[in-house]
Write a protein that binds this ligand. Structure first.
Ligand code: CDP
Length: 218
C-alpha cells in the first residue's frame, strides 16, 4: 500500500497552526482536517452526558458510545455528533476548560486516531493537531511544528474574543502519558511569534517545494 499523502501540522494552543494548515490545504487542493475539533466534540459529548471530565475511568467507559463522524462536504471535513453539526459548540468556555482532560484518556484517543487514519488514507490531507507527526501518521510526507511564545499565543486567543487558558491546556497536553504534545524529531519547527500568517505559509510552501513535494510554481 503506498504511504498516505499526509502533511502533519502540530503545535501548542493558539500557535496559528489551524490557519496555516487551512491555507496550505487550500493552495494544494488537499483536505484540511482539524483533529482538535474531534477532541472538542468528544468533550462536548462528555459534558452533555454529565460526566466529570477529570474522572478518566468514567470518560473511558463512555467513549465508545459517542457517535463522532467527519463527513466531507464542499471539500471540508465537518465534525458531527450523532449526525448533527456541532461546530458552534466546540469553542465554548466549558469545552476549552475540559478538553485537555478528555483528550488525555487513551480510549478516547484510540477511537479518534482510528478516524483520523481512515480520513488520511482516503485522500491527501493537511492534518493539524498535537500528535499527528508522532503518533497518527509517523510516516507523513512532511511534518511541521508551529510554535509561538506563550505571551503571543495568549494574545492571539484573546483577540479571537475567547477566554481560554492556553498555558494550562499546554501543560496538560505536554505532560500526559499518551501521545503528549511534542515536536516529531523530523519535524520542521517554525516559530511564528514574529511572523504573519502569510509568512508562515510561505515557509511551509518553500519547504514542500524544496522537498519536491509540489511543483515549483504551486
Ligand atoms: O485551537 P487550539 O490549538 O487551541 O486547540 P485544538 O487544536 O482545538 O485542540 C483542543 C485540545 O484537543 C488540545 O488542547 C488537546 O488537548 C486536544 N488535542 C489532542 O490531544 N490531540 C490532537 N491531535 C488535537 C487536539
Amino acid at each position: 500500500m503506498p504511504a498516505p499523502l499526509v502533511i502533519a501540522m502540530d503545535g501548542p494552543a493558539a500557535s496559528g497552526k489551524s490557519s496555516v494548515a487551512r491555507e496550505v490545504a487550500k493552495r494544494l487542493g488537499w483536505l484540511f482536517v482539524n483533529t482538535g475539533n474531534m477532541y472538542r466534540a468528544a468533550t462536548w459529548a462528555a459534558l452533555r452526558d454529565h460526566l466529570n471530565p477529570l474522572d478518566e475511568d468514567q470518560v473511558a467507559r463512555a467513549a465508545d458510545s459517542w457517535n463522532i463522524t467527519c463527513p466531507i462536504a464542499d471539500g471540508q471535513c465537518i465534525v458531527q455528533l450523532d449526525g448533527h453539526d456541532i461546530e458552534e459548540e466546540l469553542n465554548n468556555e466549558k469545552v476549552n476548560r475540559a478538553v485537555s482532560f478528555v483528550a488525555r484518556v487513551p480510549a478516547v484517543r484510540d477511537r479518534l486516531v482510528a478516524l483520523q487514519r481512515e480520513i488520511g488514507r482516503a485522500q491527501p490531507v493537511v492534518m493539524e493537531g498535537r500528535d499527528i507527526g508522532t503518533v497518527v501518521f509517523p510516516d507523513a510526507v512532511a511534518k511541521f511544528y508551529i510554535d509561538a511564545t506563550e505571551e503571543v499565543r495568549a494574545r492571539r486567543r484573546g483577540l479571537q474574543g475567547q477566554t481560554d487558558t492556553v498555558s494550562e491546556r499546554d501543560r496538560i497536553d505536554s505532560t500526559r502519558k499518551t501521545a503528549p504534545l511534542i515536536a516529531a524529531q523530523d519535524a520542521v519547527v517554525i516559530d511564528s511569534s514574529h511572523l504573519s500568517l502569510d509568512e508562515v505559509v510561505t515557509c511551509v510552501m518553500n519547504e514542500l517545494r524544496a522537498r519536491g513535494l509540489i511543483q515549483p510554481k504551486a
